[in-house]
Design a protein around this ligand. Sequence first.
Ligand SMILES: [Cu+2]
Length: 207
Amino acid sequence: MSTSCLSRLARGVCAAALLAGAVVADAATVQVLAQGKGGRPLADTVLLLEPQGAKAAVSPLAQVEVAQQGRRFVPAVTVVPVGTKVQFPNLDTVRHHVYSFSPAKKFELKLYVGRPENPVEFDRAGVIVLGCNIHDTMVGWVVVSDTPWYGKTPAGGRVTLADVPPGSYVLRSWHPDLPAGSTGIVQAVTVGTAPLDLVASLPVAER
Ligand SMILES: [Cu+2]
């Protein structure tokens, strides 16, 4: 603590700054490596670190898009916090008809080209499977998170979750190649103040 801060403490000027500093200092960085069968790094794995016994506030993201391009959903896997509105622009010249029957979000964007007028708001946590009425082979996924500590693995399989307060958590690991309807593989995790390195093993073969 600086001398000037000490001298001002009596007036309460530095108290808030000290408190804020304490919170940041106590939070940990959690690294997760997602592995498939044979211990290979697994891309497109969604990792959710869910606090136990308490809810943490989440903020919706702005301007998230799931495009249709080359008769595929791009990206195939998207993770967003609860309350996020997602646009589904069609970048193809053929029309698409995007829908979901998943309990966490049932919706339908009837035959369209270009950009649908309204985004779709994902207001419940869960795994939402996307399909297209016209092209049966099109499949995509939106995973909606009700925790602020989430991520999707790139090719290296590694995700960093920053500023995680100490406490008890469940690490939920989900991948599109898990059996249909799976809500992910869960493991109990205790976060302290030191950086934490975790491995999430999924029964998924390399693509
Ligand atoms: Cu389509």
